[in-house]
Design a protein around this ligand. Structure first.
Ligand SMILES: [Zn+2]
Length: 158
């Protein structure tokens, strides 16, 4: 299950966008220049706008905007989650494709027999696939490493 909070990140925040997706937060990363079209699209899709552009604060915007500090992606993540009092839920990790922002779909174990390494097939029974790029995912060291990284950086994971 993914959360209802959706984000719209400007093009300079790709690292942060990746982290948000990893945690299960639907996040679009805008590819154009930050400005009027960015704000229009964020508002139209009901997404919280994430930006480092202070000048955007002075423009008319009907939606919600969070001005981020120009630090690391992890510090920006902490800042944004803190602002919105959002919790990290372990069950939401890796529910979205990190590249496409698409909700991953469950696969039957048998259906991936020829698609994943043999070692993985023998040890893992849960698989998901991105409907857009078709990449297959399974819980493994990535997930454990991400959880450990979050804990090491002072994030609470419930
Ligand atoms: Zn994908």
């Amino acid at each position: 299950m993914t959360t209802e909070t959706k984000f719209f990140a400007d093009a300079t925040l790709a690292g942060l966008a990746r982290w948000l997706r990893l945690l299960g937060f639907d996040t679009v990363c805008f590819q154009g220049k930050a400005g009027r079209p960015l704000m229009r699209q964020a508002a139209a899709e009901g997404r919280i706008l994430l930006t480092r552009r202070r000048d955007l604060l002075e423009r008319q915007f009907s939606g919600r905007l969070i001005l981020l500090p120009g630090t690391t992606a992890v510090k920006q993540l902490s800042f944004a989650l803190g602002k919105l009092s959002l919790e990290i839920q372990a069950q939401n990790l890796y529910t979205l494709c990190l590249s496409c922002n698409q909700k991953l779909i469950s696969l039957e174990r048998e259906s991936v027999r020829d698609l994943v390494p043999e070692y993985v097939f023998e040890h893992c029974s849960v698989y998901t696939r991105c409907p857009q790029c078709r990449k297959i995912f399974w819980p493994g060291t990535h997930r454990r490493n991400a959880l450990q990284f979050l804990k090491d950086n002072g994030f609470d994971v419930t």
